[in-house]
Design a protein around this ligand. Structure first.
Ligand code: DGL
Length: 236
């Protein structure tokens, strides 16, 4: 199967990594729109114009499935993206919402980008949700410059939370910090929930092609910390 995934940058690489753990033998084509990062501060019109570009890229590559490996695009543009193409499209947020609908809890905390939080996608579909924008997180992750105090500050009022949803696919790279700073909170990595909810076939071969709109050495070393398999890297 040929699977296309996209995000603004490293976030979707986390999702790809989760896919590779369960379904290593497929052809994966990744589109990282690093030139337009961060998506979390863009207008809906801007997001839609990036999405158009990306969908036409995947149509040319003739993928069988497109995974929106980005919380911002999933929360703001899912309907429009589905209308752009006849290829099957899966978003990253719905599986997490469906998973939590079945759970008992008192409070859920969501961290996400500005646009994701403003969409209220989580509080519209789940009860007792506190949604907090954490716009510093994506630049910290992409620039390899994590300030623990910023994370601590966001968490200081939320020690009695049952679930923390990482509403942006970049945020799993902060899990060691969340684990250190939270006691009894279960952390939801949307990529991991997605993998439990899809059923892909495994082919006999593995091929990973990563396309980015801007590549620098920092990006390469960040990818190598996440993906442990051979891949080809291209700038588009
Ligand atoms: N990783 C994306 C998300 O899940 C985009 C983050 C950004 O570029 O602001 O929202």
């Amino acid at each position: 199967m040929k699977i296309g995934l996209f995000d603004s940058g490293l976030g979707g690489i986390n999702v790809l990594n989760e896919l590779l753990k369960t379904y290593p033998n497929n052809e994966y084509i990744y589109y990282g729109d690093t030139k337009n990062l961060p998506y979390g501060n863009k207008t809906k019109e801007e997001l839609l114009s990036f999405a158009k570009e990306i969908i036409s890229f995947f149509e040319k590559k003739q993928v069988d499935l497109i995974i929106i490996a980005c919380g911002t695009m999933s929360s703001n543009c899912l309907k429009e993206i589905k209308e752009m193409t006849s290829i099957k499209v899966i978003d990253i947020i719905s599986p997490t919402i469906n998973y939590l609908k079945e759970k008992e809890y008192n409070k859920i905390l969501v961290f996400g980008t500005n646009r994701t939080i403003e969409s209220h996608i989580f509080s519209n579909k789940l009860s007792n949700v506190i949604e907090i924008p954490t716009p510093e997180f994506v630049p910290m992750i992409e620039n390899n410059n994590i300030d623990e105090n910023i994370i601590k500050n966001y968490l200081k009022d939320y020690q009695n939370i049952d679930y923390l949803i990482l509403g942006c696919t970049h945020y799993p790279l902060l899990i060691p910090y969340f684990n250190k700073l939270l006691n009894n909170t279960k952390i939801i990595d949307m990529g991991k929930v997605l993998i439990k909810n899809i059923n892909l076939s495994n082919n006999s071969h593995n091929k990973i092609s990563l396309y980015f709109t801007k590549i620098d050495n920092n990006l390469k070393s960040n990818i190598n910390k996440i993906i442990m398999m051979n891949y080809s890297l291209y700038e588009i």
